[in-house]
Design a protein around this ligand. Structure first.
Ligand code: UGA
Length: 443
């Protein structure tokens, strides 16, 4: 099948590459000329395991190409995916200007029947706006051409994007036309080998499904974060509690890891956008507001613990202290720093007068754009520990899971670890002579 994917960001690039891998002819489009020139040479603008190899192979085999020429891509393709960004506007609602501008461009250049697919995360009702935008452009041209608008939200996770796309838990197709639904099913059939979990529904329900899924996951994490704080106060161990409740199949074990608060480009933005949508309908979605508030508080928990343990009072309670940080990206296997809890934590430590040194396997370049030379960086996780007053773990990269504790103990001024991701066993840490402060397991 001939398809184009407009917007070569995380979702667009992964989706386009995986569609090419399954045998389709795919043209990826972006307005960013430098990005497209780079992609043509195999330079991938994001860090995503496995993506580079797939892009190179499919380009070589002629199934995948990159262009800034949207008109050409639309004319060549039956299915046109819109995968451009929907950043939060000033009021928290999703900004649709890029989606609608692409829709208008499709209307200007299409020359036959087209299926237009919203892949970007967009609020309920966006497909209608896309339909109007395309129809207006066709009217302007006096062109009587048929098209269909489909909502096909994406559920992939950064860091596991290829696997999530190739072996999805489900694919949701919001579509009001039987013929178009059949074409979409055909496109996704290579990814349905494990189980056929392609769910066809009306367009509005598909749009809502994406927000409901992310809001539910953000709520699940937040609930566990709050239980963890209560565990700290009550002398219970949140990891035991997770085992205890997760064994109930209605609850499950996933997304119940307490931590430093959720971040990234999706949960914070989508929770805000859904709350905004509710507000526009005069509906008071109190649960979502609480999730947002609890998550911003959670991002402060680790720095509060550091202040409580090492602070000297005064305006700069951590003056003279050095904190070593392991992990800057919002989660492992990505260099993405958007809404990363590390930003809140480090800014607070700096405000309190601490000197901060940081290690991250992938995100240092991105982190430098935020912190500049206000903190120091190293690509060696042990170098930053020398004479630091404590180690604070923010992101659960695999290299932090089984470190050389003897070396850590020898390098730090005192054997003190604040763990925002509960990577180690409190008893073992105690035996090794560490003062260990995890989240929700200080019983
Ligand atoms: C999330 C969803 O998981 C994807 O299904 C969705 O497609 C994507 O948003 C999107 O809308 O594009 P992503 O933001 O890449 O994916 O990352 P997640 O792995 O979901 O993690 C989000 C945040 O939750 C991270 O900050 C992570 O540390 C935190 N988290 C996750 C926890 O604190 N505890 C957990 O148990 C799980």
């Amino acid at each position: 099948m001939k398809i184009c994917v407009i917007g070569s960001g995380y979702v667009g690039l992964v989706a386009g590459t995986c569609f090419a891998e399954s045998g389709n002819n795919v043209i990826c489009v972006d307005v960013d000329e430098a990005k497209i020139e780079g992609l043509k040479k195999g330079i991938i603008p994001i860090y995503e395991p496995g993506l580079k190899e797939l892009v190179l192979r499919n380009c070589e085999e002629g199934r995948l190409s990159f262009t800034t020429d949207l008109a050409y891509a639309v004319k060549e393709s039956l299915v046109n995916f819109i995968a451009v960004g929907t950043p939060p506007g000033a009021d928290g609602s999703a900004d649709l200007q890029y989606v609608l501008s692409v829709a208008r461009s499709i209307g200007q250049h299409m020359d036959g029947f087209k299926i237009i697919v919203d892949k970007s995360t967009v609020p309920v009702g966006t497909a209608d706006k896309v339909r109007v935008a395309v129809a207006e452009e066709l009217d302007r041209r006096g062109a009587a051409l048929e098209f269909d608008v489909v909502s096909n939200p994406e559920f992939l996770k950064e860091g596991a994007a290829i696997d999530d796309f190739m072996k999805p838990d489900r694919v949701v197709i919001g579509c009001d036309d039987v013929r178009t639904a059949e074409i979409m099913k055909e496109l996704y059939s290579p990814f349905m080998r494990k189980s056929n979990r392609l769910i066809v529904m009306d367009v509005r329900s598909a749009e809502m499904t994406k927000y409901a899924a992310n809001a539910m996951l953000a709520t699940k994490i937040t609930f566990m974060n709050q239980i963890a704080l209560l565990c700290d106060l009550m002398g219970a161990d949140v990891m035991a509690v997770r085992e205890g409740i997760g064994s109930d199949s209605r609850i499950g074990y996933d997304f119940l890891f307490p931590g430093v608060g959720y971040g990234g480009s999706c949960f914070p933005k989508d929770v805000k956008a859904l709350a905004k949508t509710a507000e526009e309908c005069d509906y008071d979605f109190i649960l979502l507001k609480a999730v947002e508030e609890a998550n911003s508080r959670q991002k402060k928990v680790l720095s509060d613990k550091i202040q409580a343990r090492l602070g000297n009072g005064g305006a700069k309670p951590l003056a003279g202290k050095t904190i070593a940080i392991w992990g800057l990206s919002f989660k492992p296997r990505t260099d993405d720093m958007r809404e990363a809890p590390s930003v809140t934590i480090i800014e607070r430590l700096l405000e309190m007068g601490a000197a901060v040194r940081a290690h991250d396997p992938e995100a240092i370049k991105e982190a430098k754009k935020i912190f500049g030379d206000r903190i120091t960086y190293s690509t060696n996780q042990y170098d930053i520990l020398k004479d630091a007053d404590a180690l604070a773990i923010i992101t659960e990269w695999n290299e932090y899971r089984n470190p050389d504790f003897e070396r850590i103990g020898n390098l730090l001024v005192q054997k003190l670890i604040f763990d925002g991701r509960n990577l180690y066993l409190p008893n073992r840490m105690k035996q090794a002579g560490f003062e260990y402060l995890p989240i929700g397991r200080n019983g």
